[in-house]
Design a protein around this ligand. Sequence first.
Ligand SMILES: *Cc1c(COP(=O)(O)O)cnc(C)c1O
Length: 229
Amino acid sequence: MSIADNIISLKKETDSLHVILLAVSKTKPPEDIQQAYDAGQRIFGENQVQELVDKYEKLPQDIQWHLIGHLQSNKVKYIAPFISMIQSVDSLKLLQEINKHALKHDRIIDCLLQIYIADEETKFGLGFDEAIELLRSDDFAELKNIKIRGLMGIATNTDSEKQVKDEYYELKTFYDGIKASFFRKDKTFNVLSMGMSSDYKIAIEQGSNMVRLGSTIFGNRVVKHWKNN
Ligand SMILES: *Cc1c(COP(=O)(O)O)cnc(C)c1O
């Protein structure tokens, strides 16, 4: 199956379930992204700032770019002019930095709080308590140039379907609680980003409305960066 075929069949599947398809193009060359674009895909995700900026400059301007990897505060300035959504917000400090640069560009930047749900040391994200503390804080209330649109989570990389299902169930439950407590009147808090190639069907069953698919669309990743290939 070609990249275009993959996009067409996955879009059909996700559209029918009212789930947004984010194409994760990290490590893949611009030509691959262009093929997905030509098949109708407009939302792409990258996990590294430099790679994202390179691709933004090379590819069609109506692409909506999402950052899905850990973001260092000192790199926010490079993506602030154009980024569509930052899915990997994992601290108040980072959110304040995003707000500062969004203000400079007279923008409001959509963000997701990344919530830690996996049973793995290496994953970034806020714990449930930390997320609540952030949303309750006076410092957060002052930020006018960011908008929290929802939550993102990455499940444990495991063969246990039950564990993945439980983790996504927990995140959906938490999302519903956050929505009811902090965003009751805000219809734009409506994104629950969970599910990757290996587990997106489980994630959708558990209530995801945005899946982040890389290898299912573009094939396995062999190199770290298209420029080093
Ligand atoms: C790489 C990545 C994905 C996509 O992974 P696949 O297994 O290739 O679908 C999704 N989300 C995040 C945060 C990623 O870093």
